[in-house]
Design a protein around this ligand. Structure first.
Ligand code: ADP
Ligand code: MG
Length: 252
């Protein structure tokens, strides 16, 4: 099973939106997709299921009390499933730091191999326990890069963490980046975008996610961008990204 981890230690760069939109696109194309929320903010979970009604969550998988398979809930969409997070997940990070916690996803995900075609892990805006645990389980890592002045510095730390995860996880085959929240109208973002292109070369996907009000609105309406505004630039951009990521996952 391919395990795609969406990671970047900066917040607000559309990790969660990307995890949800790509998963929804693949489920719509007939694949069985497991989304795994390992962010204590639980944004992905709140976006797609009724948070208050949840009876279990991923913190129980980290603590070893439950299997990953046993906490998965349906999302009401065909082929789309979720291993939910709740805010109590932050307690795991404070209390437990054993090796077992770091390797929880790596142990649990392969057990679901026959049940899903692919897993998509949404991570918090940090390089801490949860992101590392996702990188240790991932086969592919997808990194949104917002073309801002400071984005380059953060990428160095992320790449270092990915390199360290690779030493422990030989299954981590490939890393790709894409530009997110790109504003073509400003000269400065054009210039920074061109620096990023030079630096990342072939590992930068050509699909770019533009700012789209419909994306923000869709989150508020608790719908995917494809359901909320299928003709919006947001939906178009995510369709293009899904196509490119599908080809990447198939080729490596
Ligand atoms: P992260 O998970 O990296 O913190 P989110 O996916 O939660 O980022 O996105 C952060 C905010 O930006 C959210 O309010 C979301 O609705 C908004 N957003 C995400 N993608 C877009 C987009 N393409 N255009 C406009 N707003 C977006
Ligand atoms: Mg998020």
């Amino acid at each position: 099973m391919r395990v795609l981890c969406v990671a970047q230690q900066k917040g607000g760069v559309c990790k969660t939106t990307t995890a949800l939109s790509l998963s929804a696109a693949w489920a719509e194309a007939g694949r069985r997709v497991l989304m795994v929320d390992v962010d204590p903010q639980a944004n992905l979970t709140r976006n797609i299921v009724e948070y208050e009604g949840l009876e279990s969550d991923i913190s129980q998988v980290y603590s070893g009390a439950r299997s990953l398979g046993s906490i998965v809930v349906p999302t009401g969409r065909e082929g789309l499933y979720l291993a939910p997070a709740r805010t109590s997940l932050s307690r795991v990070e404070n209390l437990e730091r054993s090796l077992k916690t770091y390797t929880a996803l790596r142990r649990e995900l392969p057990r679901l191999d026959g049940s899903y075609d692919l897993a998509v892990v949404d991570t918090p805006p940090s390089l801490g326990l949860f992101t590392v645990s996702a990188l240790l389980a991932a086969t592919h890592v997808l990194v949104p890069v917002q073309p801002t002045f400071f984005c380059q510095e953060g990428l160095g730390d992320l790449n270092q963490t990915i390199a360290e995860a690779r030493e422990e996880n030989s299954g981590l085959v490939s890393v790709r980046y894409f530009m997110a929240l790109f504003d073509r109208r400003t000269v400065i973002s054009q210039e920074i975008a061109s620096l990023i292109r030079d630096r990342l070369g072939a590992s930068l996907l050509s699909a770019t996610i533009r700012r789209s009000v419909a994306v923000e609105e869709s989150q508020y309406a608790q719908k995917t961008i494809f359901d909320y505004a299928p003709r919006s630039t947001g939906a178009q951009d995510y369709r293009a990204l899904a196509k490119e990521v599908t080809a990447w996952l198939a080729s490596s």
